[in-house]
Design a binder for this molecule. Sequence first.
Ligand code: DC
Length: 227
Amino acid sequence: MTKPKINVAIDGPAGAGKSTLAKWIARHYQYQLIDTGAMYRTIAFYTDNLNLSDEADIEELCLESHFKFKLMPDLSNLVWMNDREMSHNIRSARVSQLASQISKIRKVRVALVAQQRILADAKGCVMEGRDIGTIVLPDADIKFFMTGTVEVRAKRRLKDLHELGETSTLDEVMESIKHRDHQDETRKISPLKQAHDAILVDTTLLNIKDVFCILREKIDQVISQLN
Ligand code: DC
């Protein structure tokens, strides 16, 4: 008998381990992985030369942007916007800050959330972001909220940035993460927060393999209840 497919929501701040876990879960269950942060990052990449107060232009850009994702065997999650591959040029520190900024704009969120819901329509998806459990997929079959101390999260992010060839220091990354957390948690629309029915996972003292085992066990329980 084929196992029923479910939707898994993973939220949390930068560096909490969401992306790696979302990839491992998507690969393990053969689910579609939707990285909603990559969508905000792509819009941010293109708004770099637009005036942020010109919301009509930004809304038009969002409405004309169609996203596709593909998880590769090496676990890179490729993203295309209108057939242009965006996977690598959206990971810089500058795009991170801009993404946090443009994600405060209501029209941006409305357009991207509508597309995220369509992408999750056929069950069997892992969606990661900031508002998946609260706003995008409030009926997701299982929700996780990942956290960790700023220092641990900054160290993880620093490693990623060094791999991209950026020369940031730990202090700079900690400041940037604190600033982003503050922006994401205090914005008026869809702030970063744990859904009331999400499972809280603090990754500060856990290694990623242990976290994966915890998540897999919880997901298996949900799937077995549907059988
Ligand atoms: O997960 P990330 O670091 O790639 O996300 C980049 C920014 O996009 C993040 O600072 C806030 C925003 N974002 C959001 O507002 N809602 C989401 N569902 C995902 C990301």
